[in-house]
Structures are given as C-alpha cells and as structure tokens.
Design a protein around this ligand. Structure first.
Ligand SMILES: C[S@@+](CC[C@H](N)C(=O)[O-])C[C@H]1O[C@@H](n2cnc3c(N)ncnc32)[C@H](O)[C@@H]1O
Length: 438
C-alpha cells in the first residue's frame, strides 16, 4: 500500500469514528491517533486501517475499546505533587479574595481523582484559613468526554493505586480507610459531574477561579490547543489560575491572553513545567538534570520543597542543573534515578561538567527551592522536607568541595529558576512576586 493510500484509509477511519462516536478526531494530533489506533489493531490482529474499519462495522464493542484507547484516562490523586504544592499559597490568596466562593473546573477529569484533588486542596485551604464552614460554598465542576470516566467520577470509589502520590495524612483526613476508598462527608456536594467535549463546546459554566486541564491538550493539534487556551483565558476570573500538565505546553505564540480585566493574571506561573521558549532553553523537570555550555538557559519550574542545584564554571561557560526531590535515597522506593537525590546528583553534575571541559576546582554552586509546603500538616518543631532537602544539598556540596555562591531557599512559596549557563546569572521567581537574581 502506498503512503497516499494509507493516509486515505486512515482519514476514512477517523471520519467514521467521528460520525459513529462523535469524537472529533481532526482536533487530535494525527501521530497520537495513529499510535493509539495501532495499539487496538495489534490487539485485534489486523494490519491495515481498512481491515480495522471493517472490524469496527462488525463489532460495536470495539468502538468502546478504541475510544477508551484514544481518550487515555490515566490519572491519580495529586498527580505531580510539586504542582499542587506550588498551587497551595496561590489557592489561599484566591480563597481569601473570594471569601470561600471559589469556582473550579477540572476539564478532562478522567475517573475523578483530579476534581477530588481540587476538592481536597480547597478543603485544606479552608481549614488553614479557619473557614472550614465556608467549604460548601466552593464548587468543583468535573467534565470529560468519556462516559465511562464520568460514571466512575460519579461513583467516587477509588482504588489504592490512585493514592500513591497523595500524602497519607490527607488520604486519612478526606477518604474512608477501607478499599475501595470513598470521599468522607466533608467533601460531599463539592464535585459536580457533567459530560463535556473540549473540542466542540465552550466552557460549561464560566467564570472560573481555577481551571485544571492536565494531560489533555497534549493530545490536541496546535490550532485546537490555541483555541482552547483562548477559551480558558476568557473563562477565568481576574487573578484566576490555569493549571496545565507537564507536557501541556503553552508555546510561544500560543500563550493565553490575559483574562479580561485581569490586573495580575496568574496564567503561566501556575503551570508545573513550561515548554522551552527558545531554541537554547532546556527545561529540567522534577528529578531530572541537564548540563550545557555556551548560550543555553536551564529552566526549572514548580520548585516547592525540591531544590534546584546549579553548578557553574565561569571560565569555560559551562553549567549544570539538577532538580532534586528527596534528601536521601533511604526515603525513596525507587532509587534508580541519581538526579533525584543530592548525594548522587552532585557527583553526576560534576562528572558531566568535567566532560564538557569544566574544572571541578573552579565550580561554584547556587541553590533555590526547599520551601515549606503543606506546613500545617507537620507537627510543630519537626524539620520540613524542604529544609531537609536544603541541608542534604549543602552536605553534598561540602563533600564535593564546591562553594555555595548564592541561595534562595526556604519560605512558603514555590519558585521557578532560569539559569544562564554563559555567565552563571540565575533568576529566581517566587510564586506571586517579582524575579530576584542570585
Ligand atoms: C490522561 S487523562 C487526564 C486525567 C487528568 N486530567 C489527569 O491529569 O490526571 C485525559 C482525559 O481527557 C479526556 N478527554 C480526551 N479528549 C477529550 C475531549 N475532547 N473533551 C473532554 N475530555 C477529553 C479523556 O477522556 C481522559 O479522561
């Protein structure tokens, strides 16, 4: 079959999926659709789109399996915890400003873990503000295109696997103990579930103070993403927050407009990771590291209790960054990634910089992060994870004989960092305030 015939058969298949199941395939990335459809084709032992189209005609249940595969509804409570940590102080500001009447929308909510994460975050905010009685005034709308996901969100019974990223204390406070776990009465009535197709319908009940749309737009093509970002911006209240997922990049040119009338719009800053804004920018995500020479900029966002370590050799204009997560390997189940822990991340950065021509004796370090997140959950007097991370990084640097030239650590706010490898300049931006240089 020629590439042209293959493309024609693929288009005929996607048109049929749209006609029969209403899924607007043309809004999704073709590469992504092809990959997902191929998974189903392999599962059914067919080798061409034409054959698969015929199979769908004969077996309606295959449509359910295909739509499931296309809409991918993987999720967890507090997925990418750092994002939710960074959101915490912003949510408190929002709560105070709205007197508790916060309206949130979880768009593409899958089986409900995300809207219930928002509900827990709001309940925690209310508790910290000593306004727990106002919690029923808050509202979380949960929408998805997938009927099965909506049924699961309505049922609100969650398997243990959904809780692996949620702090145990929060799980105990807001969910029943026995599996399958259910939300406790304090959360009941907060989450409202409805069907909604992001590709063809406007936001259901704007305005919103918080829109959470994570790991959904990544599947859409660029024009669809741009349309959605504009819709989100229009649907947000002034000062409202848009929370996206790790891969849901707002690219240059697709940057959302400010919400109408917004004085201090919080759109991009609430995202956990942005896409590189230029060819020489590299994003270092949680538990990752990178090393560069020359004009590169190493960027990391969503630093809560984590610490960004920046090492620099001014003579050869080389720099490296790691976004470490935990003070020690003894606290982790998976210890295979050395960039997660200061004790292994520092030698790793030194080794890579040496390969790039740096001299370990010339290296200087800067640190950022180590904030005290979810401080209220800790017993007074105990050392916070953020502080422990900072102490462990200082230890690892001392051990490697690398002096610390600047640090922006501690406090209660999340941070983002831009590290200019050419001259070692490091811009630190705390959530809700202006950038500082260290
Ligand atoms: C990977 S899950 C993300 C779940 C959750 N937001 C998270 O990050 O944990 C993607 C969800 O987007 C939903 N989805 C896909 N296309 C959609 C559309 N056109 N409109 C609304 N939801 C959609 C899927 O059904 C699925 O539940």
């Amino acid at each position: 079959m020629t590439a042209e015939q293959d493309e024609r058969a693929f288009r005929a298949l996607t048109r049929q999926i749209t006609r029969v199941r209403g899924l607007a395939c043309d809004a999704y990335k073709a590469r992504c659709l092809r990959r997902r459809i191929a998974v189903r084709m392999r599962a059914r032992g067919v080798h061409s789109f034409e054959e698969y189209t015929r199979l769908l005609d004969a077996d309606a249940h295959e449509y359910d399996l295909l739509v499931d595969a296309l809409t991918i509804n993987l999720t967890k409570f507090f997925r990418n915890m750092e994002t939710w940590r960074a959101l915490e102080p912003r949510l408190a500001t929002l709560w105070q400003a709205r007197g508790g009447q916060v309206r949130a929308w979880s768009a593409g909510c899958a089986s409900g873990e995300e809207p219930y994460t928002v509900a827990v975050a709001l309940a925690e905010t209310a508790r910290r503000c000593r306004q727990a009685s106002r919690l029923p005034q808050a509202r979380v709308e949960a929408t998805d295109i997938d009927r099965g996901s909506l049924e699961r969100t309505r049922a609100a019974t969650f398997p243990d696997a959904s809780f692996t990223e949620m702090p145990a204390e929060l799980a105990r406070r807001y969910f029943t103990a026995a599996a399958p776990r259910r939300p406790l009465p304090v959360l009941q009535g907060l989450v409202h579930v409805a069907p909604h197709d992001l590709t063809s319908e406007p936001p259901p009940h704007p305005p919103y103070d918080l829109i959470v749309c994570r790991n959904v737009v990544i599947y859409f093509d660029r024009p669809m993403q741009e349309r959605l970002f504009t819709q989100f911006a229009d649907a947000l209240t002034p000062g409202g927050i848009l929370l996206l997922g790790n891969g849901d990049a707002v690219r240059p040119g697709a940057r959302p407009a400010r919400p109408r009338g917004a004085a201090g719009a919080h759109l991009p800053a609430a995202r956990d990771v942005t896409e590189p804004a230029g060819p020489r920018e590299r994003v270092v995500r949680v538990g990752e590291w990178a090393a560069e020479r020359g004009e590169a900029v190493l960027v990391t966002l969503g630093l809560g209790s984590c610490v960004a370590i920046m090492l620099h050799d001014p003579q050869v204009c080389a720099g490296a960054m790691a976004h470490v997560l935990l003070p020690s390997r003894s606290l982790a189940r998976d210890t295979t990634n050395p960039a997660k822990f200061p004790e292994t991340a520092v030698p790793l950065l030194v080794a890579r910089l040496t390969q790039l021509g740096a001299d370990p004796r010339r290296l200087v370090a800067k640190l950022a992060g180590g904030a005290s997140m979810f401080a209220q959950l800790m017993t007074p007097g105990t050392v916070q994870m953020g502080e422990r991370n900072v102490l462990a990084v200082r230890d690892a640097l001392r051990h490697a004989g690398i002096p610390i030239k600047g640090a922006a650590v501690g406090g209660g706010a999340g941070r983002s960092v831009r590290f200019y490898v050419a001259d070692g300049r490091t811009e630190i931006r705390s959530v809700g305030s202006d950038a500082v240089l260290i």
